[in-house]
Write a protein that binds this ligand. Structure first.
Ligand SMILES: O=C(CO)[C@H](O)[C@H](O)COP(=O)(O)O
Length: 223
């Protein structure tokens, strides 16, 4: 029988627990796939020293499962960072930020020695760009940044009623040409008033745990 997307997410999340080393600090991302990872880690016998959470939702779920939370400023390095993605390509470059937490996710991912992305097969794409790219912007610069995004070929849309953890606004952008993801990531971040965009191309994942109808595949970056 065909597995649902949630069942596939759960398979990827459960597999990721095997890659968590004992007695280390780790980083934990945000989203429905990550929620299943927190549940699987909490129910497993694996003992970790603690985890940095990238959102209040992840922190609350970690607390529910007795996973100790630590602040990113308390550690200089994390053994692994486990997170989902909205899209991921064969180079393991990603679009993230569906949950509006991509700034914290980039920071915590940078602290980690290994970035493990967990995803169901619908997220694996040849070319990034269908999913809107989330931009965290300084509120007073939102219109100015949006005009710059239009000049780059994008169609910006404000995420109404949403504030990031840092009190900023999120603008979701479709229509950008992501054929050169690193160049676009840099170009977007050079816009005055932009805090961080949701393209993860400079620092791609190291390992993708991809749950497919015919099983779980482990993918490392290949050109
Ligand atoms: O980048 C993210 C949050 O900012 C998530 O990893 C991404 O949106 C995927 O979410 P889900 O696991 O719910 O499909």
């Amino acid at each position: 029988m065909k597995k649902s997307q949630t069942e596939l997410k759960r398979l990827a999340a459960e597999k990721a627990v095997e890659f968590v080393p004992e007695n280390e600090y780790i980083g934990i991302g945000t989203g429905s796939t990550v929620n299943l990872f927190i549940e699987a880690l909490g129910k497993s016998s694996k003992q970790i020293k603690g985890a940095v959470a990238t959102s209040r939702e992840s922190a609350a779920l970690m607390a529910q499962y007795g996973i100790p939370e630590i602040h990113p400023n308390e550690v200089s390095s994390l053994a692994v960072y486990v997170d989902g993605a909205d899209e991921i390509n064969p180079l393991l470059q990603m679009i993230k930020g569906g949950g509006g937490a991509h700034l914290g996710e980039k920071i915590v991912a940078r602290l980690a020695q290994q970035f493990i992305c967990i995803a169901d097969e619908t997220k694996y794409v040849k070319r990034l760009g269908k999913f809107p790219v989330a931009m965290e912007v300084i509120p007073m610069a939102r219109s100015m940044v949006s005009r710059e995004l239009v000049k780059l070929g994008g169609q910006p849309e404000l995420r109404i009623g949403f504030k990031s953890l840092n009190g900023n606004e999120i603008v979701d952008v479709t229509g950008l040409d992501l054929s050169q993801p690193i160049a676009m990531e840099d170009k977007l971040n050079a816009i005055l008033g932009m805090v961080e965009n949701g393209i993860f191309a400079r620092d791609p994942a190291d390992l993708l745990i991809l749950a497919k109808q015919d099983g779980v595949e482990l993918i490392t970056a290949h050109v």
